[in-house]
Ligand binder design. Structure first.
Ligand code: SAH
Ligand code: SF4
Ligand code: F3S
Length: 467
């Protein structure tokens, strides 16, 4: 596996711009305005990648559509984190045989994390001949060239080598939302948690230069964006590979100096690298949302060790205590895995008790899914699916009770919220901590920070009224 970061040269990116122009020429010679459909299956990082794919497609003259039916190119940006995600993709790729039959000039591309697995690429080559192109996350920036080659030769194209753990600056972006933006500050992951496929499919950790990240954030803020999420698999190790003495807390502090009316968030923080310095920076700036997503995965020390997480329960609880000491109203969320191979009923109880001890605002809960090639997939896994499901249900019940109680505590108080849209009769908004609020009001409020008094709550959201 490649260990080195390749910074894609401006020259190489200019060639891709030329490829976009050639694709425009190709279609205009045919007198056709082509349309593209980009379908995203993964996490925010994948969403951010899809915004770049859409950006390149628009540059190449494509209009964007939200259905595969009649699209001239379909791009499936896939996720490999759990088996279920992959099965959905294979199901949908299979179904594209029919859309392509109805629209024979349709080109089908598959990219993202599944394309980082050699056995998936083999299966696509052999069993899905209607897929025209496959590229992994390292080759995202080359998409215009791949598409051009596919259009002009009619041949299938594969860019799936891992020789380039790449960073490419200046790829065009078409953002989905006018208020909220994702900004990747780093790519890849070095942590090799024993259950996780991400380091294999996204390569080694590599940080963008602080000045590039700051410039992108400045442009967004000046362009009216109100809510910016900095992305990385473990933002807390930002900068380690740059060797210029800038860590994530420094970067965050610098970005938060940009003047304007906005909130900064980030994900994900790995507990092994969370620091009090980071909490102090968060506490010190009104631009940084008092929200922390700090995945714990398990509340049991033996399981944490088997997961290769590099912290124990006591250290995790201490991090939570420090965060709350610095920011008493901080909203805490987390990820947890139920049924890691060999997890016992007693060990699962430790996970439940950690949830009770922390009192998260919300939790993302997953049943362990074996990923071929990861160390955990080779471990004996004697607990039945039925039992794991029962644990999972108890976990969800516990968290739902806690979430409902935490939401009840909002009632009667007034919060500053960012109004982000409309859902039927009501406006929708988010608190600084990211909680969903619904209330009645005029559309003119969309895009503004306003105070709302919370009048009622449910497990999942809050109801309010204009103050
Ligand atoms: N880099 C982030 C999360 C990446 S994946 C972090 O470290 O927190 C998002 C979540 O998916 C993980 O936090 C984990 O809870 C879950 N996950 C990852 N691999 C999984 C697997 N094989 N089975 C079930 N859940 C998994
Ligand atoms: Fe996966 Fe662990 Fe890396 Fe997160 S930190 S992406 S869970 S290996
Ligand atoms: Fe994200 Fe899924 Fe890849 S969670 S990093 S899209 S495997």
């Amino acid at each position: 596996m490649n260990q080195k970061t390749t910074v894609i040269s401006p020259e190489a990116l200019r060639i891709q711009q030329e490829n976009c122009q050639k694709i425009r020429d190709y279609w205009s010679a045919l007198g056709i305005t082509p349309v593209a459909f980009v379908d995203t299956y993964g996490c925010q990082q994948n969403e951010a990648d899809s915004e770049r794919i859409r950006g390149m497609l628009e540059e190449a003259g494509y209009g964007l559509t939200d259905t595969e039916e009649g699209a001239d190119v379909v791009v499936l940006n896939t996720c490999a984190v759990r088996e279920h995600a992959e099965q959905r993709v294979f199901g949908n790729v299979g179904a594209l045989v029919h859309t392509k039959r109805r629209h024979p000039r349709q080109k089908i591309f598959l990219c993202g994390c599944m394309a980082g697995q050699p056995e998936v690429v083999e299966r696509l080559k052999k069993s899905f001949p209607h897929v025209d192109g496959v590229f992994n996350t390292h080759h995202l920036w080359e998409f215009p060239g791949l598409l051009l080659r596919c259009l002009t030769t009619g041949k299938r194209v594969f860019a799936v080598g891992d020789e380039a753990g790449s960073i490419a600056e200046g790829i065009p972006v078409t953002r989905q939302n006018k208020l909220k933006a994702w900004v990747s500050i780093m790519y890849g992951c070095n942590n090799f948690c024993s259950y996780c496929i991400v380091p294999y499919v996204r390569g080694r950790e590599r940080s963008r230069k602080p000045e590039d990240v700051i410039a992108e954030c400045r442009e967004l803020i000046e362009g009216g964006y109100k809510d910016i999420t900095l992305l990385g698999q473990n933002v807390n190790s930002y900068g380690k590979d740059l060797g210029i003495g800038v860590d994530f807390a420094d970067l965050l502090e610098e970005i938060a100096k940009i003047p304007g009316d906005y909130l900064l968030r980030f994900m994900t923080s790995h507990p092994k690298d969370a620091t009090e310095k980071l909490y102090a920076v968060m506490a010190g700036s009104p631009h940084i949302a008092k929200q922390l997503h700090l995945p714990f995965q398990s509340g049991n020390d033996r399981v944490l060790k088997a997961m290769n997480r590099h912290y124990d329960r006591a250290k995790y609880l201490e991090l939570v205590r420090q965060a709350r000491a610095a920011m008493p109203d901080i909203v805490l969320t987390s990820d947890v895995i139920v049924g890691f191979p060999g997890e016992t009923a007693e060990e699962f109880e430790d996970t439940l008790s950690l949830i009770e001890a922390v009192g998260y605002d919300a939790l993302f809960t997953f049943i362990y899914s074996p990923r071929p090639g990861t160390p955990a997939a080779k471990l004996p896994d004697p607990v039945s699916r039925r039992e794991k499901n029962a644990w999972f249900d108890r976990l969800c019940e516990t968290q739902n009770r806690i979430s409902a109680a935490r939401h009840r505590a909002y009632v009667g108080k007034t919060y500053r919220v960012l109004v982000d849209g409309r859902d039927g009769e009501q406006l929708t908004a988010r608190t600084e901590g990211g909680r969903l609020v619904r209330f009645s009001g005029p559309d003119e409020l969309i895009g503004q920070f306003i105070p709302v008094r919370i009048t009622d709550s449910t497990t999942w959201s809050l109801c309010g009224e204009l103050v």
